[in-house]
Write a protein that binds this ligand. Structure first.
Ligand code: FRU
Ligand code: MG
Ligand code: CA
Length: 604
């Protein structure tokens, strides 16, 4: 069964069919002539882009302080052009005490000094735009640093800011008169109570993340106005849009609906957790509240109005949040409308698939997104980010090319986390070197590795020189992973076959209309192997075959829809015995563990 990617394709296909039938009727006696190429409606810049996440602290250090910075990014902008990337999004570059490495912002209108200046940012934008790259910023609306003006003024009950954050009185402690308990049992994402006592204000404030990240009060219009001001400020500077952080936590239950107090989250009943640990409660009143989607829609209105007012290219909003499929799809918009974020990031490859997944698991999880997505929505595929173990570590080394092939051949936006184009794995970070607030709060010397996000944040491997070419200093903010000597970009540019060369071939292939406009069919051929077919009338058919298992597998290509043999190998995973250009004539084909082939076949 084939599913149309959007209206465009559907309408075009129908018109094509009618035209085809008429022509066929006239010329039937001489056999059907080749159909006319379909007329394709051009896509907006973001709808089929390759989007690359930069973790600025670890991308490239220009001044030798061991910390990545904006000039470092500027010096490597050509890398994106070379790799075939269309747009970059940067984790936060704003002024921050760096408790959560930039997700604790103290000034939303300024650049963090370790990263550079506003002039550096302007230069980055200008040079990126000259190269045809779009630049997205990370917008962090849920919380501000406790060193921000918002916090300082709110804590001091400055009338303008008094309710800017979520403040509440404590509860009397029946066991201890001199003690004041937190307003509710809510647990922070980083462990411990989500409430912190302020001596100064003699009230608790809410922090769904670290103690130093105080939640904004989104029930206050002034807060919503301020968020628009922040977005406008950066759009005025020339940013092309935002990745929007931590949305499921934007709004919490309203005490007005609960007899004037913050209601306790229900207990999960999971006895392995203590009351201060994430998992002890079910986040009924603290996550996925329906009101938050109205705010997202208001932001979309703002982005659309901004475009209308100032022209230029679409300013986009890509929303971030881990939620079940129905709550995730609501970020696209309410009531089946596409009036929310341009898309919510799809984390299914991170949360629902791993080295243990079978080919049917992959197909099922991929189709789940495509099935639940509202009609006309743009899908996207994420394989890793700064919050999760790296892609080859969660899967297997030999799956890197197959996973990048899936990313590039599936319909919609391909998202790459820095390093995935060269197959970077988690770096080892000892307890002594660990700096991630989540690991430090939730873990100890024995358990920190279960929570630490540092391994996915170690510096980028440019080459095999000092600190992998990331910095001239040997002392980097996180250690460089040891495998940089052999696993680095410079080496992969030299090698005959490399993850990087496969990545380049794939981004090049994305320019074909079959991938931007074609239909898709994805199925498991066995427990081990799946196929993804992309097809478009009059265009070559492109087929990915991918053995996701640990064993070899013999498949029957006769079962692959739309594939006519002989087909040619366009690109193969680096360990494959088959080279680009190899011709596949037999329908019986054996794929080794992790082997992936992208085939090109004539139009059907
Ligand atoms: C995504 C994330 C984390 C950060 C948190 C709070 O979940 O960006 O990296 O710690 O949100 O901003
Ligand atoms: Mg630096
Ligand atoms: Ca919140």
């Amino acid at each position: 069964m084939l599913k149309a990617v959007g209206i465009t394709v559907g309408v075009v296909a129908v018109l094509g069919l009618i035209a085809g039938l008429i022509t066929w009727g006239v010329l039937a006696s001489r056999g059907p002539p080749p159909p006319d190429p379909p007329e394709l409606i051009p896509l907006d810049w973001w709808q089929h882009c390759v989007l690359y996440q930069i973790y600025p602290r670890s991308f490239k250090d220009s001044d030798g302080d061991g910390i990545g910075d904006l000039q470092g990014i500027i010096s490597e902008l050509e890398h994106f052009v070379d790799a075939g990337v269309d747009a970059i999004w940067m984790s936060p570059i704003f002024k921050s005490p760096m408790v959560d490495f930039g997700y604790d912002i103290s000034d939303f209108y300024d650049i963090h000094d370790e990263y550079g200046t506003m002039e550096d940012f302007q230069e980055l934008l200008e040079k990126a735009h000259e190269l045809g790259l779009k630049v997205l910023l990370d917008f962090v609306p849920n919380h501000a640093s406790n060193e921000s003006e918002y916090f300082i003024k709110s804590e001091a009950r400055d009338p303008e800011y008094e309710d800017f954050l979520v403040w509440a009185d404590g509860l009397p402690d029946p066991d201890n008169e001199s003690n004041i308990l937190p307003p509710s049992n809510w647990v922070s994402q980083f462990g411990g109570s989500a409430w912190e006592w302020s001596e100064k204000r003699e009230q608790y404030y809410l922090h769904q993340f670290a103690i130093q990240q105080a939640d904004f009060n989104f029930r206050k219009q002034a807060v919503k106005d301020e968020m628009i001001n922040i977005m406008r400020f950066w759009l005025d500077k020339g940013a092309d849009g935002f990745r929007v952080d931590a949305l499921p936590y934007l709004i919490e239950a309203d005490p007005a609906d609960h007899g004037g107090r913050y209601p306790d989250d229900p207990l999960s009943g999971r006895t392995e957790f203590e009351s201060h640990q994430l998992g002890y409660t079910i986040p009924l009143y603290t996550k996925d509240l329906i009101e938050l989607y109205d705010v997202v829609c208001e932001w979309r209105d703002f982005a659309d109005e901004y475009l209308e007012e100032y022209g230029g290219d679409t300013r986009v909003l890509f929303s971030e949040g881990y939620a079940n499929v129905s709550m995730t799809m609501l970020y696209y918009g309410l009531g089946g409308n596409l009036n929310g974020a341009h898309f919510p990031f799809n984390f299914d490859f991170i949360t629902d698939l791993s080295r243990d997944s079978t080919a049917p698991d992959f197909v099922y999880i991929i189709l789940r997104w495509l099935t639940y997505m509202p009609y006309g929505g743009v899908p996207n595929w994420v394989f890793g980010n700064h919050d999760n173990n790296r892609m080859p570590t969660r899967f297997r080394d030999n799956m890197v090319d197959g996973l990048n092939s899936l990313n590039m051949l599936l319909p919609g936006v391909a998202v790459t986390y820095q390093g995935e184009e060269i197959g970077m794995k988690d770096g080892y970070v000892s307890w002594e070197d660990t700096v991630d607030v989540e690991a430090c709060n939730r873990g100890d010397e024995d358990t920190y590795h279960l929570y630490s996000r540092d391994p996915a944040r170690t510096p980028y491997h440019w080459n095999n020189s000092t600190s992998a070419g990331f910095s001239t200093s040997e002392d980097t903010w996180l250690p460089v992973a040891e495998d940089y000597v052999t696993l680095n970009l410079a080496q992969q540019k030299i090698d005959d076959r490399s993850h990087y060369k496969v990545y380049q071939a794939l981004t090049q292939l994305r320019k074909e209309e079959t991938l931007s406009h074609g239909e898709y069919d994805i199925r498991a051929l066995s427990e081990r192997t799946l196929f993804l077919v992309r097809s478009l009338s009059t265009h070559d058919t492109l087929v990915l075959l991918f053995n996701v298992s640990e064993d070899s597998d013999t498949i029957d290509l006769g079962r692959v829809t739309h594939l006519t043999l002989p087909a040619t190998v366009y690109v193969a995973s680096i360990h494959s015995a088959r080279n680009s250009g190899a011709v596949i004539e037999n329908s019986e084909l054996t794929l080794q563990s992790g082997e992936a082939l992208v085939l090109r076949a004539p139009p059907v």
